[in-house]
Design a protein around this ligand. Structure first.
Ligand code: PMV
Length: 323
């Protein structure tokens, strides 16, 4: 049992490029890391028996991790630290986040991955093992999401672009891109709960299995085709698949008029295609652009058209490998 934490650790945020919801039913998915989504810094408290203090100001998170807590974030963090045989008292942990929380950008996985790295770091001779980090993160993710597919934890730990399939390697498979991909991430500001949306899809599938199973299968096929397009740098194929993905996700019942509106606006401002990303029902839309300049124009156009969005749209360039 160690009482040490690594002094700092990072984890990525994520966007799902293709395959949300169908991944729950064993289909493949493709996701991309958002570099340095969260950085955690740990400092020892003078009283090593005092409750751990966790603060991430941009997520309005300021918690004490007491054993009797019923705060899900505090419970998830304590579960991760216990799983890693890390300290459960005596530290202050400060977080700097570059992604909004609860927007489908993988904030909870970023938190649990970075925390697992803090706890596993002092026990590892070099970098903590990726599979161990993902497994520890999942212990916390289950507190938040019940039975997550594990995709978020894999991308938060790995970064770059990751192909993921439930039941295959926990940390997914890194994908080499034929060319970098310019994306605009557009937070709708509409809160949503992943668990409720996943349950809604399951109920629709239970009512209409012969209708919904082919939609889920088509989403899986789309990911296979999308993976080939990404590795070959075929942006226009990826764009068409992105459009179809949004339409299939609408058929699953997880889009909203507000998300459809943001997709249409992004295309009007010059994006090749746009889709909801993550669970839907709010959260974010991603827009695929053919150049950085086009992506910047989409950001500028959307910021002007939707000045009331709580988090402004932002540009990310997705590249192979750990960002
Ligand atoms: O929590 P979100 O918005 O990133 O959505 C998770 C993606 C789902 O496929 C809907 C659920 C899952 O566990 O993979």
């Amino acid at each position: 049992m160690t009482l040490e934490l690594q002094r700092s650790a990072v984890a990525c945020g994520k966007v799902i490029l293709l395959g949300e919801h169908s991944v729950v039913y064993g289909q493949p998915a493709l996701a991309a890391g958002l570099a340095r989504g969260l950085t955690l810094h740990a400092t020892p408290l003078p009283d090593r028996g005092a409750a751990i203090e966790l603060s991430v100001p941009s997520w309005a998170l300021d918690l004490r991790l007491t054993p009797d807590t019923d705060h899900p974030v505090a419970r998830a963090c304590l579960e991760v630290l216990t799983h890693c045989d890390g300290p459960v008292t005596g530290w202050r942990i400060d977080g700097e986040a570059r992604i909004p929380c609860r927007a489908g950008l993988g904030s909870s996985a970023a938190l649990t991955v970075a925390l697992a790295r803090l706890a596993l770091g002092p026990q590892a001779s070099a970098e903590p093992d990726l599979e161990e980090v993902v497994a520890a993160s999942l212990v916390g993710e289950r507190v938040f999401h019940g039975t997550p597919s594990g995709l978020d934890s894999a991308v938060a730990a790995r970064g770059g672009v990751v192909a993921f399939e439930r039941g295959a390697s926990g940390s997914g498979e890194p994908i080499e891109l034929g060319a970098p991909v310019s994306l605009v991430v557009i937070p709708s500001g509409i809160p949503r709960q992943t668990g409720a949306l996943v349950a809604g899809v399951r109920m629709r599938r239970d009512r209409l299995p012969t209708v919904i199973d082919p939609v889920i299968g088509a989403l899986g096929q789309l990911v296979t085709r999308g993976r080939a397009a990404l590795t070959a740098g075929q942006l226009h194929v990826l764009a068409e698949l992105t459009t179809v993905a949004h339409e299939l996700l609408s058929a699953l019942g997880v889009s909203l008029p507000e998300l459809d509106l943001l997709c249409a606006a992004a295309v009007r401002h010059g994006a090749l295609a746009a889709k909801l990303t993550g669970a839907g029902g709010g959260g974010c839309v991603i827009a695929l652009c053919d150049t950085r300049a086009a992506a910047q124009a989409v950001v500028t156009g959307l910021r002007a058209e939707f000045p009331a969005l709580t988090s402004a749209p932002f540009f990310v360039e997705i590249e192979s490998g750990q960002p």
